[in-house]
Ligand binder design. Structure first.
Ligand code: AMP
Length: 169
């Protein structure tokens, strides 16, 4: 299946100079959704996974589908102030700005084998912050996976774990 046809480029969003990779056409196609989740599950099927983390907000969609396929729990990592229980927080830099991500303190147990999922790997700041949140709670990051990787931003170089993506730009 050609997923690339279902990813739309939006120039100058949310800021001038950024080409935003819009996955909403892909979300409209049920077969593409199922195919993507199956492919991501295949990429980590050898590992026994306890938790899949989805990064707010676009990481929730395939992250949830992947958790179901791996028979793992799903953990939302959200922007500051959105999670209701006690949290650990981490500030991070984005391709276009800065923010704080949070995780519930009971979401990861010591020794949990964790997969982190998001739609896009850009500079790697977001995924790296989530890796740190997982490790601080005693979890092991088995893989970070993405629908797509913007290779020219070299996010890979910032992450010290296995990385998998369905598409590379
Ligand atoms: P980064 O921390 O630079 O790797 O940025 C990754 C996060 O920002 C992900 O949550 C993406 O959803 C979002 N993001 C960064 N750049 C883009 C882009 N060009 N198109 C769509 N989303 C992006």
């Amino acid at each position: 299946m050609d997923l690339q046809k279902l990813i739309r480029d939006i120039p100058d969003f949310p800021k001038p100079g950024i080409v935003f990779k819009d996955i909403t056409p892909m979300l409209l196609a049920p077969k593409a959704l199922a195919y993507s989740a199956d492919q991501l599950a295949t990429l980590c099927k050898e590992a026994s996974i306890d938790k899949v983390i989805g990064i707010e907000a676009r990481g929730f969609i395939l992250g949830g589908m992947l958790a179901e396929r791996l028979n793992a729990g799903f953990v939302p990592v959200r922007k500051k102030g959105k999670l209701p229980y006690t949290v650990n927080s981490k500030a991070y830099g984005l391709e276009y700005g800065e923010d704080v991500l949070e995780i519930h303190t009971d979401a990861i147990r010591k020794g949990d084998r964790v997969v982190i999922h998001d739609d896009v790997l850009a500079t790697g700041g977001t995924a790296n912050a989530v890796c740190e949140l997982v490790r601080e709670l005693g979890g092991e990051v088995v893989q970070c996976n993405f629908i797509m990787e913007l290779a020219f931003l070299k996010g890979r170089e910032r992450l010290d774990c296995e990385i998998a993506s369905l598409l590379t730009y």
